[in-house]
Design a protein around this ligand. Structure first.
Ligand code: ADP
Ligand code: MG
Length: 205
């Protein structure tokens, strides 16, 4: 019998801990005997990575930014996510549609109805589970500041921008309580790893 594929997404503001946890989650899936494709947004395809460069580093109108995000997402879904799921693989994506509601919606003020319409256009399959790494932007910024990488356009935004992004993420979670699990990402790493594995065991094993 064909195993059921699953689509899992990780969300949260920059510095929340998504990249830190993705390997463990991918290992957990492999240990279930499943094949997993790890991917990310914006990006995930050669075309999407070019758009990522533009979106993260060039100034543009917010609707242009929004449409580019969804263009990249459409390509990502059609060429990576859907084919993998159709082959029975699991897909683990570092950010997905919730991020557009958080960043373009909450952060930049794009109307949620527009985002919902765009999401309905491109999103063939809603994630089965979304882990929202929730954290105070001040703590997240301190964590990011300790890494040496050059900050991108979003990472240079001020605290109030990330407050809006965080609140929009939490609103998405309130509106989608069965899908989105909110994780307190201010906790220490050892506890967090246990929390994440417990959620996976409860929801997906
Ligand atoms: N629970 C934690 N406690 C302390 N530092 C953490 C924790 N989780 C992540 N970090 C650190 O914070 C920084 C940002 O984490 P990262 O996983 O890159 O965030 P994201 O991918 O969500 O932007 C990294 O340097 C990481 O090592
Ligand atoms: Mg990351």
């Amino acid at each position: 019998m064909r195993k059921k594929s699953r689509f899992i997404t990780l969300e949260g503001i920059d510095g929340a801990g998504k990249s830190t946890h993705i390997k463990k989650i991918s290992d957990w899936i492999t240990n279930q005997g499943e094949e997993v494709v790890c991917t990310r947004e914006p990006g995930g395809t050669p075309f999407g990575e070019k758009l990522r460069e533009m979106v993260l580093h060039e100034k543009m109108d917010i609707m242009s930014e929004t449409l580019l995000m969804f263009a990249a997402r459409n390509e990502h879904i059609k060429t990576v996510i859907e084919p993998a799921l159709n082959q029975g693989k699991w897909v683990l994506s570092d950010r997905f549609t919730d991020a557009s509601f958080a960043y373009q919606g909450g952060g930049r003020g794009v109307n949620w109805d527009i985002l919902t319409t765009l999401a309905t256009w491109v999103e063939a399959r809603t994630p089965d589970l979304t882990l929202l790494f929730d954290i105070d932007p001040t703590i997240a910024q301190q964590r990011v500041a300790q890494s040496t990488a050059q900050p991108d356009k979003f990472e240079q935004e001020q605290r109030y921008f990330f407050d809006r992004v965080r609140n929009a993420y939490l609103e998405r979670a309130r509106n989608n309580p069965d899908r989105i699990v909110v994780i307190n990402s201010a906790a220490n790493l050892t506890d967090l790893k246990t929390t994440v594995i417990n959620i996976l065991n409860e929801r997906l094993a």
